[in-house]
Ligand binder design. Structure first.
Ligand SMILES: C[S@@+](CC[C@H](N)C(=O)[O-])C[C@H]1O[C@@H](n2cnc3c(N)ncnc32)[C@H](O)[C@@H]1O
Ligand SMILES: Nc1nc2[nH]cc(C(=O)O)c2c(=O)[nH]1
Ligand code: SF4
Ligand SMILES: [Mg+2]
Length: 222
C-alpha cells in the first residue's frame, strides 16, 4: 500500500479558488517539479524538509476527525505523488466530501479526469514572470470543466496580457471558472481590476489570498 510524504495538515478556511471562505482540511505533500519565482511554499519543496509518511488509512482517519467536508490536496505538487488516484477515490467514498486538487499545470490531469468520482481541479497556468511557463501541459486546458478553476497568478501587465491570450486562444471563459490572483506583494490588486475593466473581461474573477489577509502572510498551517 502507498504511503504519502506529508509536510503539514491543518484545518483553515480555504483562502483561494471557488470554495474560498469555506472550511477545508488541507494536506500538503512534499516536493515539486517546478520552481516558481514567487512560490510561497518553497520550504515544502526542499529535499531536507521535515515530513511524516502517512498511509491512506492515517490520512482518512485524520480527515474523519476534522469533521470537515472540503478536502484540499496541495503541496508542493500533489499530483506527482504515487498512489494519488487511490487516495482521492478513498476520500470520495464518503459522498458528502469534496476533493480539490491544487495543481501547477505541468502534470497530466487525464488519469484523474477519468476516475469514477472526479475531484475538482484548481489549476494554475504559470504566467511568464513565474519563469515556469514553458512547463505548461497545454492539453490540460481542454480537460477543465464547469466544476474546475483555472488560475493565473500574475505579477505584471505582461502576465495579464499572456493570460488573456491563453483565455482567447483556448476559449476558456464560460467553460471553467477563471481567476486572476496577484503574486502577494508584487502587484497591487487594483492593477488587476483596472485590467479587467480595460479589457472588458466578463466572467473573470479577481482572487486575493484570504489567509494572507487574515493571518501573518508568512504563517504556516493556516
Ligand atoms: C503553493 S501552490 C501548491 C500547488 C501547486 N504546486 C500549484 O502551483 O498550483 C498553491 C497555489 O499558491 C499559489 N501561490 C504560490 N505562491 C504565491 C504567491 N507568492 N502569491 C500568490 N499566490 C501564490 C500558486 O500559484 C498556486 O496557485
Ligand atoms: N488557507 C489556505 N488556503 C489555501 N488554498 C490553497 C492553498 C495552497 O497553499 O494550496 C492554501 C493555503 O495554504 N492556505
Ligand atoms: S508549482 Fe506550486 S509548489 Fe511548485 S514552485 Fe510553483 S507555486 Fe510552488
Ligand atoms: Mg498556500
Amino acid at each position: 500500500m502507498s504511503t504519502y510524504q506529508v509536510v503539514e495538515k491543518f484545518v483553515s478556511i480555504n483562502g483561494e479558488g471557488r470554495r474560498a471562505g469555506e472550511l477545508a482540511a488541507f494536506i500538503r505533500f512534499k516536493g515539486c517539479n517546478l520552481q516558481c519565482s514567487y512560490c510561497d511554499t518553497s520550504w515544502a519543496n526542499e529535499p531536507g524538509c521535515e515530513s511524516e509518511r502517512l498511509t491512506e488509512e492515517e490520512i482518512l482517519s485524520w480527515i474523519r476527525e476534522t469533521g470537515v467536508k472540503n478536502v484540499t490536496l496541495t503541496g508542493g505538487e500533489p499530483l506527482l505523488r504515487k498512489g494519488m488516484e487511490e487516495l482521492i477515490e478513498a476520500i470520495l467514498e464518503d459522498p458528502s466530501r469534496r476533493v480539490e486538487i491544487e495543481t501547477n499545470g505541468s502534470v497530466d490531469l487525464k488519469p484523474y479526469h477519468i476516475l469514477k468520482k472526479r475531484p475538482f481541479f484548481t489549476m494554475d497556468y504559470k504566467a511568464p514572470d513565474s519563469g515556469m511557463e514553458k512547463e505548461m501541459l497545454l492539453s490540460n486546458l481542454e480537460l477543465l470543466g464547469s466544476e474546475d478553476t483555472l488560475k493565473f497568478v500574475v505579477s505584471s501587465r505582461r502576465d495579464m496580457e499572456k493570460a488573456l491570450e491563453i483565455l482567447e486562444k483556448y476559449r476558456l471563459v464560460g467553460k471553467t471558472a477563471v481567476y486572476f490572483s496577484p503574486v502577494f506583494g508584487r502587484i497591487q490588486p487594483v492593477e488587476i481590476v483596472d485590467f479587467l475593466m480595460e479589457k472588458k473581461l466578463n466572467d473573470v474573477k479577481l482572487q486575493i489570498q484570504l489567509h494572507k489577509v487574515i493571518w501573518d502572510p508568512q504563517k504556516r498551517g493556516v
